[in-house]
Ligand binder design. Structure first.
Ligand code: IPM
Ligand code: MG
Length: 359
């Protein structure tokens, strides 16, 4: 297969983990005879510094023309504590989602047995937890009508975000939820706040109408506050969760840490144009340049990329290599066992590349 990949390394540890992601992608391509070309493009704080825009038009064109985007992370502390900054790196991410029509964000939460002890939850609760959160990504409060903080006619400073959803937006993301549920344990949980929010009542209404079309899938409904609690009390309850943008943002951070391995979780965003594959973690500026960042989430994002194109063996080989590296304690410092040897970002990546080429 011929694949044209847009490479958006971004900020912080992004370039370091991306280097390993690309090395793994190339190794798999070599092994299976795929022809891959790469085009690097600017995004995030880096792009603001260079061209004044966190998602420049040129980057958009490169993404639009590619078969897939491999994305690392954006963000820089110099913007975090400055609410009046005119442009911020995160706007680049939002612009990318909107312009590429990436309405479905797929965030699997998988546990790795050898890392369960790192979870803040008890072993017996977490072991075997395995669910996918399907987060709506181009609607809701993130993109609804806004008013930035300003003094109103009554002399009071106020601000506004609108949690807008339309029926077609809800229907298309629920369909993605059902497709995933059908391929898994056939259990879909629709997470909303229908006891309070009108937009959630639309979600629930549409879901109740659609569930009859998927009689093989058990659909249940859960308020978001209850879902946040259930995820801690009984994470194995969940198979596929589908929810709106803001709830999905919050729940996926919660989900990622219960497995004890935030640095290991990849994600995919799909929609009307080029799909994007990226780790769920951020740019970790404190780790930049130290060769200590865990490259596994980026590498597993490459597995998701191959699987998206139905290249299942390629994805499986990457997963096997990642599991082997964990089993053999070839790990970055934050997950290394006590007394274990020291491996950096580069060393873990190189070990996985070797494994792939020699298998
Ligand atoms: C995420 C992130 C982003 C979001 C930020 C960086 C804008 O938290 O992908 O979950 O809120 O969507
Ligand atoms: Mg988030």
């Amino acid at each position: 297969m011929k694949l044209n990949i847009a490479v958006l390394a971004g900020d912080g540890i992004g370039p370091e983990i991306m280097e390993q992601g690309v090395a793994v992608l190339s190794a798999v391509a070599q092994k299976f005879g795929h022809e891959v070309t790469y085009k690097e493009a600017l995004c995030g704080a880096h792009a603001i510094d260079e061209v004044g825009d966190p998602f420049p038009e040129e980057t958009y064109q490169i993404c639009e023309a590619a078969d897939a985007v491999l994305f690392a992370s954006v963000g820089d502390p110099k913007f975090d504590n400055n609410p009046s900054a005119k442009v911020r790196p995160e706007q680049g991410l939002l612009a990318m989602r909107k312009k590429l029509g990436l309405y479905a964000n797929i965030r699997p939460v998988e546990t790795f047995d050898c890392l369960v002890h790192k979870s803040p939850l008890k072993d017996e609760l977490v072991r075997g937890a395995d669910f996918v959160c399907i987060r709506e990504l181009t609607g809701g409060m993130y993109f609804g009508k806004k008013q930035e903080p300003a003094v109103n006619a009554d002399g009071i400073e106020d601000a506004l975000d609108t949690n807008y959803y339309s029926r077609p937006e809800v229907e298309r993301i629920l369909r993605v939820g059902y497709q995933y549920a059908r391929q898994r344990r056939k259990h879909l949980t629709v997470v909303d706040k229908a006891n309070v929010l009108a937009s959630s009542r639309l979600w629930r209404k549409v879901a109740q109408e659609m569930m009859g079309q998927y009689p093989d899938v058990t659909t249940d409904f859960m308020y978001v506050d209850n879902a946040a609690m259930r995820m801690i009390q009984d994470p194995r309850f969940f198979d596929v969760i589908v929810t709106e943008n803001t709830f999905g943002d919050i729940l996926t951070d919660e989900g990622s840490c219960i497995t004890g391995s935030m640095g290991l979780l990849p994600s995919a965003s799909t929609g009307s144009s080029t799909p994007v594959f990226e780790p769920i973690h951020g740019s970790w500026p404190q780790g930049k340049g130290l060769n200590i960042a865990n490259p596994l989430a980026q590498i597993l994002s490459v597995a998701m990329l191959f699987e998206y194109f139905d290249l299942k063996q390629e994805g499986a080989l990457i997963r096997e290599a990642v599991n082997a590296s964990l089993d053999q304690n070839v790990r970055t410092p934050e997950i290394q066992v006590e007394g274990g040897a020291k491996y950096g970002t580069k060393e873990v990546g190189a070990w996985i590349v070797e494994y792939i080429l020699n298998s």
